[in-house]
Design a protein around this ligand. Structure first.
Ligand SMILES: [Fe+2]
Ligand SMILES: [Fe+2]
Length: 315
C-alpha cells in the first residue's frame, strides 16, 4: 500500500462531491478589506458555482452568489435565523466529512511511519477506532437534522493542510491543529444543542469531544517525544502548527474575538496539553484576517453583483 497520499487520492463513493479548497485558503490570507475580498471571491464565482452544482448548496449559491460561504461562516448559529435548518445541516455535514478525514489522517499516521515507536502506533490505532465511531455518530446526527452524506460538497482542506511527511509535523498538524479545531467546533455545537433543548445533540457531541481531547493530548505528547533532543525541530513543528491553525481559523470566524462565530475552547484545550502561552498565541493568529463587518459588507456586495449578473443573463 502506498505511503503519503495526496488529498486528491482520498477515496469516496458516488454520493460525494469534491469542493475546491480555494475559498478557505483565501480567507486565511486576505487583509481586512472589503474590496480585496469582493474582487477575489467574484473572480472565483464560476468555480464556486460549479462546485455546488447538483448539491443542496445550490439554492444557497442562488440566494447569495459566491459570498454564500461567508454568510454561513461568519454568523453564529442562532435558532431565529430563517436559514438555520440548512445551516445546521451544513455544519453537521462539514463535521461528518471532517471526521472521515480525521480517520484517514490517523490511519495514514499509523501506516506512513513504520519506524515510529509501538506506543505511537497503538495511540494512532486507538484514534482510528474513535474516529470511525465519530463518523457513525455524525452520520446519525446528520440524519437527526434531516440531512444526508453527500448533500453538500466536501472540502478536503483539513486533510490537505494537516498531513505532513514528517511524524512530529504530522501529529502537530493533525492532532494539535485539526483535532484542536474539532474541540472548538464541538464545544460550540454542545452549547447550541443545549440552547435549543436538543439533549440528543448535546449529549452525543459531548461524548465525541471527550475523545478529541485525548487525540489532542496524543499530539501534545508525541510532538514533545519526537523532538525531545532537538529544540530546532520542536520550533519547526510549532511553526507548522501555527500555519495550520491560521488556515483553520477561516479568517477569524474561529477565534477569541467577540465577533467570532466559533470561540476557542480554552478549557478543553488546556486539558488536552495546550499551554496558556500557546492559546494566547493561537488567539493572536486566528484573530487576524477580515472582521465580521468586512465579511458582511463583502457578502452584501457579492449578492448584488450576483443578481445583476443573473438579470443580464436573463435579458
Ligand atoms: Fe473525531
Ligand atoms: Fe479526533
Amino acid at each position: 500500500m502506498k505511503r503519503f497520499i495526496e488529498h486528491s487520492e482520498l477515496a469516496r463513493d458516488g454520493r460525494f462531491v469534491r469542493q475546491d479548497n480555494a475559498v478557505v485558503g483565501i480567507l486565511a490570507q486576505v487583509p481586512d478589506d472589503v474590496d480585496t475580498l469582493v474582487d477575489l471571491l467574484d473572480r472565483l464565482s464560476p468555480m464556486v458555482e460549479k462546485s455546488v452544482e447538483g448539491t443542496e448548496a445550490e439554492p444557497l449559491f442562488e440566494a447569495y452568489g459566491p459570498g454564500f460561504m461567508l454568510v454561513t461562516l461568519i454568523e453564529a448559529l442562532v435558532p431565529e435565523d430563517p436559514a438555520i435548518a440548512t445551516r445546521v445541516q451544513l455544519r453537521f455535514h462539514g463535521i461528518f466529512v471532517g471526521e472521515l478525514q480525521a480517520l484517514e489522517g490517523a490511519g495514514r499516521s499509523l501506516w506512513d511511519f513504520p519506524d515510529a515507536p509501538w506506543e505511537f502506533k497503538m495511540n494512532m490505532a486507538r484514534q482510528c477506532w474513535d474516529e470511525a465511531r465519530h463518523v457513525q455518530i455524525f452520520e446519525k446526527l446528520l440524519d437527526h437534522v434531516d440531512g444526508s452524506p453527500g448533500m453538500f460538497p466536501e472540502a478536503t482542506f483539513l486533510f490537505e493542510c494537516a498531513c505532513s511527511d514528517d511524524p512530529a509535523m504530522r501529529v502537530a498538524g493533525v492532532n494539535r491543529g485539526l483535532e484542536g479545531l474539532a474541540c472548538d467546533v464541538f464545544r460550540d455545537m454542545i452549547r447550541y444543542g443545549e440552547k435549543i433543548g436538543d439533549e440528543k445533540m448535546a449529549q452525543a457531541i459531548d461524548y465525541v469531544l471527550a475523545d478529541e481531547i485525548t487525540h489532542v493530548r496524543f499530539g501534545s505528547n508525541w510532538v514533545r517525544e519526537f523532538t525531545k533532543d532537538d529544540p530546532d525541530y520542536f520550533a519547526r513543528t510549532q511553526a507548522f502548527r501555527r500555519q495550520v491553525d491560521k488556515q483553520f481559523s477561516l479568517g477569524g470566524a474561529r477565534s477569541d474575538r467577540d465577533d467570532a462565530a466559533i470561540r476557542i475552547a480554552r478549557e478543553d484545550r488546556l486539558e488536552a496539553g495546550f499551554t496558556e502561552e500557546e492559546l494566547d498565541e493561537l488567539a493572536g493568529i486566528s484573530g487576524g484576517g477580515p472582521s465580521r463587518e468586512t465579511m458582511i459588507e463583502a457578502a452584501r456586495i457579492l449578492k448584488e453583483r450576483h443578481f445583476a449578473r443573473r438579470e443580464t443573463a436573463a435579458s
